[in-house]
Design a binder for this molecule. Structure first.
Ligand SMILES: Nc1ncnc2c1ncn2[C@@H]1O[C@H](COP(=O)(O)OP(=O)(O)O)[C@@H](O)[C@H]1O
Ligand SMILES: CC(=O)N[C@@H](CCC(=O)OP(=O)(O)O)C(=O)O
Length: 257
């Protein structure tokens, strides 16, 4: 059951940034829900792809996570915490909202190296005090990139789905992933309205769920188990789905415990 104090963590997939109209429509929708506390966490994978390519780097992913050599980090951080974050802030401002652009550090989430072979890919842990409650209290809209820091101040590239889940966990909030597909699809490309742990294992093993969606469903399942509530995957192409979800309607895919 949600209350007016519930915080809704909305993760926006990076492909959204390629569609300025959809960005505007999404923030216009958020702006209509004045009584709801939102935290936006965003990706920017396609922007990172472009910046790395333009800088002459090759890039590769392992199970949906970008292998992030130290020398590529200035481009990755620039694309995510700089360009993507500020583009979304601009759309929020244009729709009458008051965004506050943050990295994971200010949001109270720390990062540390996930796996040596992945370079500077971070995984989340409990961090310093979060600025988010105070920002929400004064009516700001936190817009959080998935750039994280460890206690030595070293920067990390965190998958944005994992970043959103860590923030939802910290705020005990609701979690919605807005991506570029309306739902997780089955092997006949039909939307799955609900997904359990067993189905997720099976669909990944069959190769029906792969790439970025593999990270998303695995992260959603862990988050649902931790938060003890369902987590949703829906499309940013349909901002009205956000309104429906907040009203307790069932759209997209619900990942259950
Ligand atoms: N079973 C599936 N159902 C839907 N999308 C899937 C599936 N398996 C893989 N995908 C891919 O996952 C993509 C979404 O993941 P990703 O690109 O990481 O999104 P985001 O940037 O929003 O986090 C889809 O565009 C689709 O290409
Ligand atoms: C470690 C890792 O994979 N980081 C991601 C961070 C951005 C992200 O997750 O963006 P989307 O939500 O648009 O996919 C990356 O470099 O692409």
């Amino acid at each position: 059951m949600t209350s007016s104090n519930t915080t809704w963590v909305i993760k926006l997939g990076g492909a959204l940034l390629n569609s300025p109209q959809s960005v505007q429509a999404l923030f216009a929708t958020l702006a209509t829900m004045t009584d709801t506390r939102f935290v936006v966490v965003h990706g920017g994978g396609s922007l990172v792809d472009r910046w790395l390519h333009d800088a002459g780097f090759a890039t590769a992913k392992h199970q949906g996570l970008r292998i992030s050599p130290a020398e590529q980090m200035p481009y990755i951080v620039g694309a995510l915490a700089g360009c993507a974050n500020k583009q979304l802030m601009g759309a929020a401002i244009a729709n009458g909202l008051e965004p506050a652009g943050l990295s994971l550090y200010e949001a109270g989430v720390n990062a540390q190296q996930k796996l040596k072979a992945l370079g500077r890919v971070g995984e989340c842990s409990q961090g310093a005090r979060s600025a988010i409650p105070a920002l929400l209290e004064v009516g700001k809209l936190p817009v959080v990139s998935s750039v994280g820091f460890d206690e030595q101040g070293q920067w990390f590239n965190v998958n944005a789905d994992e970043a959103a889940a860590a923030i939802a966990k910290q705020l005990d909030g609701e979690l919605i992933f807005m991506t570029d597909v309306e739902a997780v699809l089955d092997k006949s490309a039909q939307p799955l309205h609900q997904l359990s742990a067993e189905q997720i294992d099976e669909l990944i093993a069959q190769g029906v769920i792969s790439g970025g969606m593999e990270v998303k469903v695995k992260t959603s399942l862990l988050a649902a188990q931790h938060l003890r509530r369902g987590v949703y995957i829906s499309s940013w192409q349909k901002p009205e789905n956000l309104v429906a979800l907040l009203n307790g309607e069932h759209v997209g895919t619900q990942i259950t415990m």
